[in-house]
Design a protein around this ligand. Structure first.
Ligand SMILES: Cc1cc2nc3c(=O)[nH]c(=O)nc-3n(C[C@H](O)[C@H](O)[C@H](O)COP(=O)(O)OP(=O)(O)OC[C@H]3O[C@@H](n4cnc5c(N)ncnc54)[C@H](O)[C@@H]3O)c2cc1C
Length: 461
């Protein structure tokens, strides 16, 4: 494996500074059983300890002291929405029933299978029960409106849409299935000792299997002939030959940059839909902050207007919406005694729309001030260490196209056979894994993607 960074893991990266340890990207995941199945498939026990989140997360609304704890236990969740949404429990059960049906009706037909062409994809789509068809034409938000009346419930249940690279107002309603995966099916999980334990666990197994790792070098060109890739060359001019190549760089960007494919020129890539770029702040803070939990969303009071402009705005968001993860709440080793480590993620427009981040400090200050007020703690004057990644760093460090954090978005025009395929169109020994190929982004989904590629390689070679 040839890796640009000095450590493995990609976006599941680790940052250590001044006695604090931060998970750089992912902080939790759904569908934990995908990891269990991955290790089962090689006859190994899972090499890290899963930790179920309860509550799943906490939501702080602007302009009120009300904090919603989102529980998987629906009786308990109903308590949270008492006085806000009448008859919540029966409404949420009705809502989740529909979401459950579409999840199980598409899981093996669309997500967990390979497609060789558009026809096989269309045929598979045709076997999904017709009753789900209206969900293709309705938005995520419209589906929520069919079930709930209060803005609070609709906003909270629609937050997940942003992960797909769109807003709830233009995401198809089929993706309400994500609320089923988190609220009923499997919940949310993280890993004891921090998310990087996943990488350490996998690396232990790879070493046992004799996989050779080469770090700190970047593939800068590829050589092919007669319908096959022959070798790749790195930034130091070293040439690596192989029989088969699996590409983990972005599947769309790689085809344009290294294979000069007309469908993936910069102009074409710019026209595609990409997920939002992350603006991330890693803070080591002196003191323990009582008003904050492990996973927290801090929202403003203009949800619709914010959602409408966030992808298109050429300036940094004012009154930003953001997510805060405080790993030290459940994993004290991440911070020195009496301190907290804060990971703050604010989704922002990518570099196509806002290429200049020289104003990053303003956004950092705004978020730290807002957060301090909302959790009633002087964060600003207790910062012991601070690191900021703007979309520029995300692009430069991880080769993420224009800083898009989760790769290509998941509109109906960019999924299944319409997503860059996991097998190269022209070179029959080149395969792709990761966020921008099939089935898509997020830790459990890229694990599914790696299994689909393995299946292909075993069948075809
Ligand atoms: C801020 C943030 C928060 C996230 N939070 C979550 C979360 O909570 N839960 C969740 O499930 N998902 C989350 N995600 C999404 C998740 O991180 C991704 O879907 C997943 O990690 C993608 O894996 P990948 O293999 O596609 O890419 P990567 O993990 O980025 O791996 C690609 C690797 O290829 C290397 N590389 C690229 N080009 C070259 C080259 N030319 N030569 C050599 N090496 C190269 C890169 O350095 C990198 O190590 C988050 C993402 C971000 C950015």
């Amino acid at each position: 494996m040839i890796e640009k960074q000095d450590i493995p893991g990609g976006r599941l990266h680790l940052l250590k500074k001044d006695g604090f340890t931060f998970d750089v990207g992912p902080s939790f995941f759904s569908m934990s059983y995908e990891f269990k199945e991955l290790f089962d498939s090689i006859g190994e026990p899972i090499p890290f300890e899963l930790n179920e989140l309860n509550p799943l997360y906490t939501v702080n609304m602007a302009g009120s002291d009300r904090v919603f704890q989102i529980y998987k236990d629906l009786d308990r969740l109903a308590e949270e929405f008492k006085g806000i949404e009448s008859d919540f429990e029966s409404k949420v059960r009705g809502y989740l029933k529909g979401a459950k049906e579409i999840f199980h009706d598409t899981e093996y037909k669309i997500i967990k299978r390979n497609f060789d062409n558009i026809v096989s994809y269309a045929l598979s789509m045709a076997t999904v029960p017709m009753k789900h068809l209206p969900k293709m034409f309705r938005t995520f938000w419209a589906e929520l409106e069919r079930h709930f009346e209060s803005e609070e419930v609709k906003i909270i249940f629609s937050l997940v849409a942003f992960f797909l690279g769109a807003t709830p107002f233009n995401t198809p309603s089929v993706y309400n299935l994500l609320n089923y995966t988190e609220l009923e099916h499997d919940g949310y999980w993280n890993v004891k000792g921090g998310m990087y334990k996943i990488v350490e666990g996998i690396m232990g197994l790879l070493e046992k299997k004799g996989v050779k790792m080469i770090y700190n070098t970047e593939i800068t060109s590829v050589q092919h002939s007669g319908g096959k890739m022959v070798s790749v060359t790195d930034s130091q001019g070293q040439v690596y030959r192989a029989d088969l190549f699996v590409v983990n760089a972005d599947a769309a960007w790689f085809r344009g940059k290294f294979l000069n494919r007309a469908k993936y020129t910069e102009a074409k890539l710019d026209k595609m839909e990409w997920t939002l770029a992350p603006f991330t702040i890693y803070l080591g803070v002196k003191g323990t902050i009582p008003g904050i939990h492990h996973h927290n969303y801090f929202l403003g009071d203009n949800f619709r207007a914010y959602a409408d402009t966030i992808f298109r705005s050429t300036v940094a968001p004012e009154k930003p919406y953001y997510y805060v993860n405080v790993a030290s709440k459940s994993n004290p080793d991440c911070a020195p005694a009496g301190c907290e480590n804060l990971f703050i993620l604010c989704p922002v427009p990518d570099l196509r729309v806002k290429p200049d981040w020289s104003d990053a400090n303003k956004l950092v200050e705004e978020i730290i001030e807002d957060l301090g007020k909302r959790v009633n703690f002087d964060i600003k004057n207790n910062i012991l260490t601070q690191v900021v990644y703007t979309p520029n760093e995300w692009q430069k460090v991880f080769n993420l196209y224009k800083g898009s954090g989760l790769g290509l978005a998941h509109g109906l025009n960019q999924i299944g056979a319409l997503r860059p395929a996991n097998k190269d169109e022209k070179l029959n020994n080149v395969y792709y894994v990761g966020a921008s190929t099939h089935p898509g982004t997020g830790l459990p989904i890229v694990v599914i993607g790696s299994r689909l590629v393995t299946e292909r390689i075993v069948n075809e070679h």
